[in-house]
Design a protein around this ligand. Structure first.
Ligand code: G3I
Ligand code: 9MR
Length: 582
């Protein structure tokens, strides 16, 4: 009798919990409805993609948790995506502009909840920047700033060894130098100058393009309230580390500060293996020169708070540029290097094989900061190279952005700003007329979009589109940029909102050592996961192999589920811009 009672109790409790779960979490099972899981601003274009075939053509939007219809509509004709074979139909609910929390209903399925509000992206904007604070290397993250993700300081990097590949007369192999601070690059615990290049350039551009916005963005970091916008305080943290990577004797810049091998799945700073600065390269020197030149411009506005900083930046940039003129093509080839020097270094290579674009970018930044376009006359600078969506190894477009923003500097120079503008607009127009029709995104037009870190391809496309918008004020570019934000927030073939902590189905097991080792269930918020990558270089088990769905939310998957500073930077730019722009 008692036993039966207990059974009944347990069953009843189970049923009760099941019911409570079902009531409290409507739509928390993945439906066929792919939607931006965070939401939309009033006045924006709003689509969902129904990723299943069927004869039902009606859909509705209801107030969340109710059946109160606020909009009904008809799905578009089916389209099959070239990169997954998924057939979708689109639900257009752009007409719904009233602030609120909603669900889209289709054939008895409910979407995840989403919000329509003017400030729907504000928290995401802050979190995307705050992710850099969580990457800080040599200082403890205190509970007041880091909450439940507080942790001890990571690698001190106060005594780093000069690796044999980096030895010079003034600093022979084994010389101890200090290279503290900065940000961890990604899910690993190393620091790479090349990848800091595009990252810092993009974050500084965000400030240059939207200073009025960032002057008010409060991040609750240790420096908050010091008179410098929090974004620039955070960027300064990595800039100070970058200074330490320049050899004061010759202006050359070390490629990276790294362990010889990747750390295991531990919290940062637990292991005590030696750290090295490795080989000076032209890619490092030119990325460094570009960033320092841009930083000199930006921080010149804070001469009172940061006396001398802008001058130091420009001096460092010039020294790195001059070193590059003497060493115009020292490329980083880790395999070759390891044949010559010990210990072998097997961490991230960022081995760019072509530095033509770095030459261009550095020349443009130095020209603008010094108001002297003479840098473009260096023999190595090619003004007619191919321009493409930026990535860590393709930064020419970064120079284009800066040149267009500062056109007057180039009035009597070899650089034709009108030609650059036409190039940028031609690329943007091509994306708008192509795009991925199944999800109505610019992202996913080409198989090449699904590279390692594909979500950053989407965000870098959006940055370019936003630059086109700033230049022309034509809203079609803003809409194109938003379509890719919708993509990373859930309107994609995987159904994931790829930013940790933002959306209903988000990555829980990013390849990020602190998030995995800290014993806290939720990953650190505000990180953009790498995204679908059919290369599957990590050899993990993936649910699908097609480009659009080659993603797995597993720590194992560094090729689809890692995070990286160069991937979050365009997310910062895009979310900030869309949050800010009317
Ligand atoms: O350049 C070739 C191109 O010619 C070819 O058509 C294409 C086809 O696959 O591949 C291109 O090379 C790719 C290269 O990135 C440049 O885009 C490689 O396949 C691809 O494997 C390589 O991925 C890089 C990865 O490191 C492995 O080296 C990612 O871009 C880069 O973001 C990633 O960075 C790592 C760091 O090494 C270590 N820290 C974490 C970070 C993020 O995962
Ligand atoms: O964790 C590393 C990640 O940051 C890199 O992007 C990736 C590719 O270089 O490598 C990861 O480290 C893996 C290593 O390459 C092979 N052994 C397993 C490591 C991941 O746990």
């Amino acid at each position: 009798m008692n036993g039966a009672m207990k059974m009944n109790d347990a069953t009843m409790r189970f049923l009760l919990y099941a019911c409570l779960w079902a009531i409290s979490m409507p739509g928390y099972t993945q439906s066929a409805i792919r939607i931006n899981q965070l939401g939309y601003k009033p006045g924006s274009i709003k689509y969902a993609a129904i990723a299943e075939p069927g004869t039902v053509v009606d859909f509705a939007v209801v107030r969340a948790g109710t059946s109160e219809k606020v909009l009904s509509g008809t799905l578009s004709v089916p389209v099959t995506s070239s990169f997954s074979g998924i057939t979708t139909r689109l639900a257009d609910f752009s007409a719904l502009d009233r602030t609120g929390i909603y669900e889209l209903v289709y054939n008895h399925q409910r979407s995840f909840r989403f919000t329509i509000a003017g400030n729907v992206f504000s928290e995401l904007s802050k979190a995307a920047i705050k992710s850099y604070y969580y990457q800080r290397v040599s200082e403890p993250l205190r509970p007041a700033h880091a909450g439940k993700w507080s942790r001890a300081a990571g690698h001190p990097d106060d005594s780093v060894l000069v690796h044999a590949s980096a030895a010079s007369a003034a600093r022979p192999e084994g010389t101890v130098i200090a290279s503290p601070g900065g940000w961890y690059d990604a899910g690993d615990y190393n620091k790479y100058i090349v990848n800091s290049g595009i990252t810092m350039g993009t974050l500084l551009s965000a400030y240059e393009d939207f200073s009025g916005y960032y002057d008010t963005v409060y991040l609750n970091i240790p420096e908050s309230g010091n008179g410098i916008p929090d974004l620039l305080d955070e960027v300064l943290h990595n800039l100070r580390w970058m200074f330490t990577m320049q050899d004061p004797h010759d202006g050359g810049v070390y490629h990276k500060c790294t362990h010889a091998k990747f750390d295991g799945k531990v919290m940062p700073g637990i292991t005590r293996a030696p750290r090295y600065v490795v080989q000076k390269t032209t890619a490092a020197a030119l990325n460094f020169a570009a960033v320092m030149a841009q930083a000199a411009r930006v921080y010149a506005g804070f001469g009172k708070e940061l006396p001398g900083l802008a001058d130091s930046c420009l001096k460092a940039a010039t020294a790195a540029w001059n070193w590059s003129l003497q060493h115009p093509a020292v490329l980083y080839n880790q395999e070759e290097m390891n044949k010559q020097y010990a210990p072998p270094i097997v961490t991230g290579a960022y081995g760019d094989r072509n530095v033509q674009d770095e030459w261009f970018w550095a020349a443009v930044e130095l020209s603008v900061t010094t108001a002297d376009p003479g840098y473009l006359e260096a023999e190595q600078v090619d003004l007619n190279m191919n321009m493409s969506v930026p990535s860590w190894n393709a930064v020419a477009m970064m120079g284009v952005y800066t040149a267009i923003r500062n056109a007057t500097v180039f009035e009597r120079s070899l650089l034709h700003i009108q030609t650059l503008t036409n190039t940028l607009l031609t690329i943007a127009d091509g994306w708008l007329s192509g795009g991925n029709k199944a999800f109505s995104t610019v992202m996913g037009q080409s198989r090449r979009d699904f590279a390692w870190g594909s979500n950053s391809v989407a965000m870098n496309q959006s940055v370019l589109l936003l630059k086109a918008f700033l230049h022309t004020k034509d809203r079609k570019y803003l809409n194109g940029a938003s379509s890719n934000l919708d993509y990373v927030l859930g309107r994609n073939a995987t159904g994931y909102s790829f930013v940790t902590g933002f959306g209903s189905q988000t990555p829980m097991h990013i390849h990020h050592r602190p998030s995995e080792a800290d014993g806290i269930v939720a990953p650190i918020p505000g990180f953009l996961a790498g995204g679908p990558n059919p290369g599957q270089q990590d050899k993990c088990k993936y649910p699908f192999n097609d480009p659009e769905r080659s993603y797995v939310d597993d720590y194992c998957s560094y090729a689809s589920n890692e995070v990286a500073i160069n991937w979050n930077a365009p997310l910062v730019y895009v979310v900030g811009a869309i949050d800010f722009l009317k």
